[in-house]
Write a protein that binds this ligand. Sequence first.
Ligand code: DGL
Length: 272
Amino acid sequence: MTHSTRSPSNILIFDSGIGGLSIADEVTRALPQHPIVYIADNRLYPYGIQPDNALLARAKTLFPTLESHYQPAIIIIACNSASTLILDEVRAITQTPVIGVVPAIKPAADITQTGQMGLLATKGTISRQYTADLIAEFASHHKITKIGSDILVSQAERKLHGYIIEEALIEKELAPIITNSAIDTIILGCTHFPLIKQEIQNTLGNRVHLIDSGEAIARRTTHILSISNQQLPPTSPPPTHTFIFTAENNQVSKLTPALHTRGFFTIKIGNH
Ligand code: DGL
């Protein structure tokens, strides 16, 4: 562990893979002066098909370790599959403010004209009680077509690793939405999906509005840093962002251009 990753102004962003970069993009737009430590838990990727007990056990050991190693000002669980399951647990075992990313059901329910929406997420997120509760609270009168897809997750990974996206696969996954012309709003309930937003929009056409949680998370992060007096002045020198995998990864060089573009110049294996 290098000393430079320890900084009280660090924002720790966590996901199973590269999906949390869609959240990092919004956070760095809102708070360009704050250093980000990004943890990609590739040891257990993909989270969306892991049994609940595996994710809970992982959270119990991993988050206290990450908290003490990196001493972040804030932890963002930039993974819907994780947040819908482990958020309370992580809050209970850490002292740092924790923000969870969960499907943007309420904003979508507020804007749909037809009352018909699509929820694109992982199989895990689709099946969670947390998600059912969000729907019951904010969209009980709406009709929601749910698609749990690990194929879309892997397509987003492919894209950021510089591989060609398989559009036919995306089309196949989205068939229940393509064939229902009453759906006008789609919730991107997995942080990987904003990274292939254009491809999803091209497949569905402009009749549908795509909603994700990124901007709301950036606003919440700004608010928490500001009320806890941890927001750095905008004039602070540009930070270096750090990207850490939890296990060996032979694809790192493929991902490097996408990380460099986003200001992640320290890339390493953390062995967490
Ligand atoms: N990016 C994660 C999410 O928001 C999940 C991807 C995975 O299945 O690992 O749910």
